[in-house]
Design a binder for this molecule. Structure first.
Ligand code: KG4
Ligand code: ZN
Length: 357
């Protein structure tokens, strides 16, 4: 298909993002407004608060992205927007904005699956990345291993049966009160744990291994999360700490927790690779693993995923951090991919068919 430009909107969780991307893989304009600091102050995401912040920011974010790109709505070929999965109240803000833009510009609307967008971002960065490939998504809300067969066709190999890895990291960071430590004040949970872990001993605490008897490729993090919680309580008791004091073992505990999560991810991934080989799910020339989602920006985890890939003869592709976390670029790019293949395109007078989830 000919040259095209798509505007993408992302509001599924706590980031308000908009970007304009073209079919030559140029990011023409981008704006991202994070609500992270506000949610950190609340101790977690409260859906109506997230919605109100999206509402406050969405118009500015869209305007800024368009201005950067020096593109008017009329010059776009389509508008893409995340419709699932996510917080319904948050998704609605993005979808309603996208519908309005579609109506006033008479440009088609393309609904996007947030997880598919994370996976396909790798093709924005690497134009030689051919389908099918394997994807591992590690974020605050999800954990899944899949084979991407087509733009909108994923074969799910495994997913978390409880928490997501980012959620477990965020909870542990909160229990350890890392945000009360100056050095981590402006970090999200996962980042704080990664930084703190650099000063600790990953072998200091044995937090156990989980799901070793499960023959599938699923993941589980709640056992690890609980093991950290118990260890924190034990330390607090041992040192007779009051509620808001930081435990002396904080660095060792972060290192051990990060190590345990990494080990779990790596062993489950190894199982997945073995299953793919046994069942011949992937042609030999397509041995590529794409890792994305916020947790993929963790360098310790990345280093170990690389070892598994080397061992199993897979090429590892990890988009740069700003593309791994939630953003409008990945939505716009997925819009380009769908537009090119004529998938899920809704004309401006047919928008009632598009809904969230
Ligand atoms: O993909 P993302 O931006 O949002 C979704 O959940 O969809 O991922 C956010 C998650 C948070 O849980 C955050 O703590 C985690 O990614 N994260 C990290 C790092 N940076 C962000 N986890 C581990 N290490 C990091 N450096
Ligand atoms: Zn995400």
């Amino acid at each position: 298909r000919a040259y095209s430009k798509v505007l993408g909107i992302e509001t599924s969780c706590d980031d308000t993002g908009c970007a304009i991307v073209d079919s030559d893989r140029n990011i023409l304009g981008e704006c991202l407004q994070s609500q992270q600091q506000i949610h950190l102050d609340f101790g977690g995401i409260i859906p109506p608060v997230a919605r109100d912040l999206h509402k406050q920011n969405i118009n500015n974010v869209v305007t800024e992205a368009l201005q950067q790109a020096q593109v008017s709505l009329n010059e776009l070929d389509a508008i893409a927007v995340t419709v699932k999965p996510g917080l319904p109240l948050s998704l609605l803000v993005g979808m309603n904005t996208a519908k309005e833009l579609s109506k006033i510009s008479r440009k088609p609307l393309i609904p996007i699956h947030h997880m598919e967008a994370h996976a396909l971002t790798a093709r924005l960065v690497d134009k030689n990345l051919k389908l099918p490939f394997v994807v591992l998504l590690l974020s605050g809300g999800h954990c899944l291993l899949a084979v991407v067969n087509k733009i909108n066709e994923f074969l799910l190999l495994g997913q978390s049966i409880d928490d997501a890895p980012g959620e477990a990291l965020d909870k542990a960071a909160r229990r350890l009160q890392l945000k009360n430590m100056k050095e981590f004040r402006y970090c999200c949970g996962g980042q704080a744990i990664e930084k703190a872990a650099m000063k600790g001993d990953p072998k200091a605490f044995d937090l156990g291994t989980f799901m070793t008897n499960y023959k599938d490729c699923n993941f589980s993090y709640s056992g690890l999360k609980n093991a950290v919680r118990m260890q924190i309580l034990k330390s607090e008791k041992k040192h007779e700490l009051k509620g808001d004091e930081i435990i002396p073992e904080v660095y060792d505990l972060c290192a051990s927790f990060q190590y345990a999560i990494t080990k779990h991810i790596c062993t489950r991934l190894q199982r997945g690779f073995e299953f793919i080989d046994r069942t011949k799910l992937l042609p030999e020339i397509n041995r590529t693993l794409v890792v994305s989602g916020g947790v993929a920006s963790n360098m310790f985890i990345r280093k170990h995923l690389n070892l598994v890939c080397d061992n199993m003869n897979f090429k590892l592709v990890v988009p740069p951090p700003r593309l791994c976390t939630d953003n409008g670029i990945m939505i716009a790019w997925n819009g380009i991919e769908k537009f090119n293949e004529n998938l899920d395109i809704y004309t401006y007078d047919n928008l009632d068919k598009v809904d969230i989830q």
